[in-house]
Write a protein that binds this ligand. Structure first.
Ligand code: C2E
Ligand code: CA
Ligand code: CA
Ligand code: CA
Length: 279
């Protein structure tokens, strides 16, 4: 644009700051990303505590940007949410995770589940239940093999509606997980009404276990609360053997984190599963 005549209209006004321009460009690119197959999923294993078998994987979104390289969700999901693009992208994530899970089931890993993260806008779409059910049907996935991760904040955005949607999904057999637990402001009354099967302790609390602060107390309280509500507990962000040990003793059912397995491609999982020592 710098070679344009001074009377020519150009979209990137000089007054627009560099960051805003960058974001606008990224938004344009994101519109095209789905059609151009630039999005893909990586999968992080979840293990039965303490060191049991893999129970399933969490699907995590990645964007192979044509010039900027590999982008993590933090770098583009806020834009996707703001623009509404998260809806088609999120629908693709659900379908792709189901397609992948079917492949694993056919390879014999019939006990594996897949967990998919839902954004607030996606969760509040009236078509969500239909979208989920049709992806399950299309790929012949038993509903209980799909876990939908909804953050505490998303669930509490419109609590009555969340109860209604999650009830519909769980009646159909799909599982629900309350993600990033501890970072929001749940009313215990609603938490009790939410038909979830598990609660995921946010990495922020796991990180400082064994360190200074109070996190051990907080994590113990969260686990106790979950047990009272009859929810399974997943701890994310497990990076050290000490954390693994502590979380296991507290009674966490499932562990996830770099110590046990980073998010990887389906090709890597395939290679590992043909090497029994790695599984
Ligand atoms: P999340 O759902 O809390 O996912 C956990 C994040 O922590 C992931 O980051 C994961 O790679 C990372 N992580 C896992 N174990 C460890 C660990 O031991 N140490 C550290 N430092 N990090 C660990 P990622 O993949 O960058 O995703 C960030 C967030 O983006 C997710 O947080 C989730 O909220 C969102 N997200 C990812 N994929 C999707 C998606 O398909 N749809 C939606 N709506 N959101 C997604
Ligand atoms: Ca998650
Ligand atoms: Ca988290
Ligand atoms: Ca999150």
């Amino acid at each position: 644009t710098k070679h344009m005549g001074r009377n020519n209209y150009h979209f990137f006004q000089p007054s627009m700051n560099a960051l805003a321009q960058q974001q606008l460009q990224l938004m344009n690119d994101l519109w095209l990303a789905l059609d151009r197959h630039e999005l893909h999923l990586v999968y992080q294993p979840k293990f039965q505590a303490p060191v049991g078998p893999i129970v399933g994987f969490e699907a995590l979104l990645r964007w192979q940007h044509p010039t900027q390289g590999l982008l993590a969700p933090d770098q583009f999901l806020p834009l996707a949410e703001k623009s509404g693009l998260i809806v088609p992208i999120g629908n693709w994530v659900i379908d792709e995770a189901c397609r992948q899970l079917r492949e694993w089931h056919l390879e014999g890993h019939t006990d594996w589940s897949v967990a998919v993260n839902l954004s607030t806008l996606q969760f509040e779409q009236p078509q969500l239940v239909d979208t989920v059910m049709s992806s399950l049907a299309r790929h012949h996935i038993p509903p209980h093999a799909l876990i939908l991760e909804v953050t505490e904040t998303t669930a509490m955005n419109n609590p009555d509606e969340s109860v209604r949607v999650l009830t519909e999904l769980t009646r159909a057999g799909v599982k629900a997980s309350i993600d990033d637990f501890g970072t929001g402001y749940s009313s215990l009354l609603y938490l009790k009404r939410l038909p979830a099967c598990e609660l995921k302790i946010d990495r922020a609390f796991v990180k400082d276990l064994g360190g200074e602060g109070d996190d051990a107390t907080i994590v113990s309280a969260i686990v106790a609360l979950a047990k009272t509500l009859n929810l399974k507990v997943v701890a994310e962000g497990v990076e050290t053997p000490e954390q693994q040990e502590f979380l296991t003793q507290l009674g966490c059912n499932t562990l996830q984190g770099y110590l046990l397995g980073k998010p990887v491609s389906p090709q890597t999982i395939h290679a590992m599963s043909h090497n029994p020592q790695a599984m």
